[in-house]
Design a protein around this ligand. Structure first.
Ligand code: FAD
Ligand code: THG
Length: 814
């Protein structure tokens, strides 16, 4: 049986010990520098509020499991979970509208919740000032976790199954044989191990650095205060129950509240970000009870206190009695960090985890370690999700600080940071800027969303009858009607799209073809010049990514991928006779699409671009005018045309060449919003949003890319052979009202019952309606009417056959 050492006996480490031993891996040692179970880590003083609803489906599922698990734990001192319910109040119209969005997430992810009037808020929580609140959102299954009891109960259960707990044992270093971990070096000698899991809380980044791993997390102080006795609370709660009122969030002022018998606990995120200097932490906390508690800074709390009194007038006669600046981890995107070190087998991390998500993260980690694949999609938490730039200390600090500031803010899905922009720009960037591009950010890249230079053209199209929907205020943010004109113009004429941020790798060597055959679902071992759409599956058949694989030479392939996790996955499986390079940054890509694409490009190219000579899904090395290029006849927007690749130094010449040659045909630059709406018209999926590892190809509508009959075995094939027919499937739905817009994650109901959720959506210029994808029960057929809840409104839509536009593929194959 493998020997496991878990570093850290906080809520994550103890929960993991329980999950591992429950699966029969009982040779587990949990080491902690501190005493048990108030080790001195973040768990020791976490007030334990568990609000389950999160924009992330995965995080919500993690939280739901924590509630379920903690509710069933037994501890001699009492409950580990007290389901007092959760209440979030709105004091501004923006927040009130956003609570509708949150209620939508809750419904989509299966959390019971209800929007409340101010009177209903007051009835649930009599301490709040009725006149301050505009409404609220109540989630009855939320509540309080007693983190230390939960840690102890789980640790003791693990111990009963054979695990060992070693307090007062500090891990000083990781021991390895150059390839894999062999143990940990502690203040009490070396402990041998086949698997080491770093669950060391905010100290984890330092431990991981010892083995060459950057964990993008920042330890930050966060203020928590307990008041003195509050008359209104006296007699309400027993010492055992501690609380009866729902846990309360007042997000407009970055505050949360819970009862401590007859006192209130107040947490505040309203202060400046206070990143912790780990080099002085021990001396800074020498006078405190624990090394994760910094001295309270009154001046930072003063405005929070005033805001707290405003919401809860009963606080007027009270004051702060005990308070501290507690430390825990923040990450650039607010997500946890999970996974195994690629270069050091057996070294795992489970980091930046709230109490709320702890049991869920622990379960997924145990499954991942033991079975090889977690049963839930974890890509948003993946250790290898970060681009190189996102591992720089400056980036980590900047984005994590921003995550702190925004922790309770209303964040639009297309709101991007303003700091640290312009880090990754394509060679077309200066031209795009001149053309008035409005940039979205993704993976550090600047990506045009639309071009103001198309405003006059758009106006002309609108004057000529192209419909413009009346989008609501929320959906109109970070959006422009110009995008509709760009999409229409692409279908009717021609447009150029910057595809540079599309991640791409060169996979080369004598073993390249066999490697890609084994890793992906489709047959990619075809003639030089072939391009294949194919899937990466995990061992359980879940869709890890979708790729295009172009064979550019017998032993050289270009892979178009989705994220750094694809590089990680392929690298982990790569044999020695294959070399893989990420060529994204050194190259660029221009998508030239539309009915006039051939007419524009053919005169520039010495090769024959006719349909017969250059077929759909083929690639060639050639030249456009004087520029060496690789052309692929691929179109994510579903039009005649090519992706044109060249190395970065030719980029701006390529842009100018195509722009000049296209002028006679009215070529325009077009942006991401048009791009997105066009791909949705064509039923093309976007990995990570529309489907994830949680879905089998058939469910995601991607079975056409799986070649079960191909000669060789491929990762995930055995699982697909065993797979039952999917019970839910990804469908296209079309909204009835031309003005209806949705942005993603909205719940979908049939006959008043929530049956699924929206993934992505875009306004289709072709049909004058918004089209969205939704996960729906397999029996909900084409033609069925569904209701989509959008920020308090209900939009009706109809399940549509796919693709909505050009099902005969005549636009592409001509
Ligand atoms: P920890 O509890 O910090 O455990 C890590 C352990 O690793 C520690 O015991 C430490 O001693 C040990 N360790 C570290 N390095 C070594 C080493 N080299 N050798 C041996 N042992 C080592 N979360 C919520 O969900 N809800 C809340 O309401 C909430 N409120 C919070 C309020 C405050 C004031 C704070 C500070 C945090 C709050 N959190 C809350 C966050 C939550 O407390 C943490 O995210 C969570 O406890 C982290 O658990 P952990 O097990 O990862 O880390
Ligand atoms: N271009 C390139 N690589 C890519 C993408 C891209 N890799 C990642 C991502 N995008 C992959 N997604 C798709 C989705 C659909 C198509 C291409 C890439 C596509 N599908 C056609 C269809 O479904 O009808 C053709 C499929 C086939 O013939 O097998 O074009 O944008 N380079």
């Amino acid at each position: 049986m493998p020997k496991v050492v878990v570093i850290g006996a906080g809520i994550v480490g103890t929960s993991l010990a329980d999950e591992l031993t429950a699966r029969g891996w009982t040779d587990v040692t949990v080491v902690d520098r501190g005493p048990l179970f108030a080790t001195g880590g973040s768990t020791s003083h976490a007030p334990g509020l568990v609000f389950q609803t999160n924009p992330s489906k995965t995080m919500t599922a993690f939280a739901r499991y924590t509630v379920e698990k903690f509710s069933a734990l037994e501890h001699p001192h009492g409950w580990a979970f007290n389901p007092v319910g959760g209440l979030e109040v709105a004091t501004t119209p923006t927040r009130l509208a956003d609570l509708h969005r949150k209620a939508g997430w809750a419904q989509s992810w299966g959390i019971e919740g209800r929007l409340l009037t101010p009177d209903e808020c007051l009835a649930l929580h009599p301490l709040i000032d009725r006149d301050r609140v505009l409404g609220g959102f109540h989630t009855p299954a939320d509540g309080l976790a007693k983190a230390l009891r939960a840690a102890e109960a789980q640790a003791r259960r693990a111990e009963a199954r054979g695990a060992t707990l070693r307090p007062h044992t500090e891990v000083l270093g990781i021991v390895d044989n150059g390839r894999r971990v062999t143990g940990v070096r502690t203040t009490d000698g070396v402990i041998d191990a086949d698997v080491v899991v770093c669950a060391a809380g905010f100290w984890g980044a330092q431990l991981a650095r010892q083995v060459g791993l950057v964990l993008p997390l920042v330890p930050m102080a966060h203020q928590y205060a307990r008041t003195g006795q509050i008359a209104e609370l006296v007699g309400r709660n027993s010492d055992l129950a501690e609380a009866g009122l729902p846990i309360l969030r007042h997000q407009d002022q970055d505050l949360y509240f819970r009862e401590h018998v007859d006192r209130l606990g107040i947490g505040s995120y309203s202060h400046r970000p206070m990143p912790v200097d780990m080099s002085t932490l021990l001396s800074d906390t020498a006078d405190e009870a624990m090394p994760s508690m910094l001295p309270f800074t009154d001046e930072d709390f003063a405005p929070a206190w005033r805001a707290a009194v405003d919401l809860i007038p009963a606080l007027e006669d009270s004051k702060v009695e005990e308070a501290f600046n507690g430390i825990f981890s923040f990450t650039p995107d607010g997500m946890s960090i999970m996974g195994e070190h690629r270069e050091l087998a057996g070294f795992w991390v489970a980091e930046a985890v709230w109490v709320t998500h702890s049991a869920g993260v622990a379960r997924a980690t145990a499954e991942w370690i033991i079975d090889g694949t977690p049963s839930i999609d974890t890509h948003e938490c993946d250790l290898y999700r970060f681009e190189d730039v996102a591992r720089s200390p400056r980036f980590i600090m900047q984005t994590s600080s921003q995550a702190f500031v925004e922790v309770y803010d209303v964040i639009h899905p297309h709101q991007y940071r303003t700091a640290l922009r312009g880090l990754r720009t394509s060679p077309f960037h200066s031209r795009q800027t001149e053309l008035g591009a409005y940039f979205f950010e993704g993976g550090g890249w600047e990506r045009p969303a639309w071009f103001e230079s198309n405003a006059a053209l758009a106006q002309q199209l609108f004057d000529d009858g192209l419909a413009v929907p009346q989008r609501d205020e929320w959906a109109s943010q970070f959006w422009s009607p110009i995008s509709i004109a760009e999409a229409r113009w692409t279908r009717e004429h021609i447009a150029m799209y910057d595809m540079t941020p599309l991640t791409r790798y060169e996979v080369a060597g004598p073993g390249a073809a066999a490697f890609l055959q084994r890793m992906t679902t489709n047959n990619v071992d075809k003639s030089v010049g072939s391009v294949t759409y194919t899937l990466l599956l995990d061992d359980t058949g879940g869709v890890r990514s979708d790729l295009t694989v172009a064979r550019l030479a017998p032993d050289t392939f270009q892979v178009g991928a989705n994220s750094p996790m694809d590089f990680d996955w392929l690298t982990r499986h790569k044999p020695a006779d294959v070399v893989m390079r990420d060529i994204t940054g050194g190259t660029c890509c221009l998508g030239v699409w539309g009915p006039h694409a051939r007419a524009v490009l053919a005169p520039l190219c010495p090769d024959d671009l006719s349909h017969e000579a250059f077929k759909y899904f083929r690639a060639i090395h050639t030249h456009l005018d004087a520029i060496p290029v690789t052309m692929m006849r691929v179109s994510y927007v579903g039009e005649l045309g090519w992706e044109i690749y060249t190395s970065a130094e030719y980029g701006s010449a390529l842009w100018d060449l195509v722009a000049d040659a296209g002028a006679a045909y009215g070529i325009i630059p077009a942006g991401r919003i048009a791009f997105n709406s066009l791909r949705i018209e064509k039923a093309y999926r976007s990995w990570g949003t529309d489907m994830t590892a949680e879905h089998l190809p058939a469910a995601a509508g991607l079975e056409f890319a799986v070649r079960m009959a191909k000669e060789c075995d491929f990762v995930g094939k055995a699982a697909l052979e065993q797979a039952a027919a999917p019970t839910s499937v990804l469908r296209s739905i079309v909204f009835d009202d031309p003005d209806a817009a949705v942005l993603g994650k909205e719940p979908v109901s049939v006959d008043g019952v929530c049956v699924g959720y929206v993934t992505s959506a875009g306004y289709s210029a072709t049909i004058g309606r918004t089209i969205a994808y939704a996960w729906l029960p397999a029996h909900i057929d084409v033609g069925r009417a569904v209701d989509v809840a959008y920020r308090g409104a209900t939009h009706t839509a109809t399940v549509h056959a796919e693709p909505v536009v050009d099902p005969e593929m005549t636009r592409i194959r001509r």
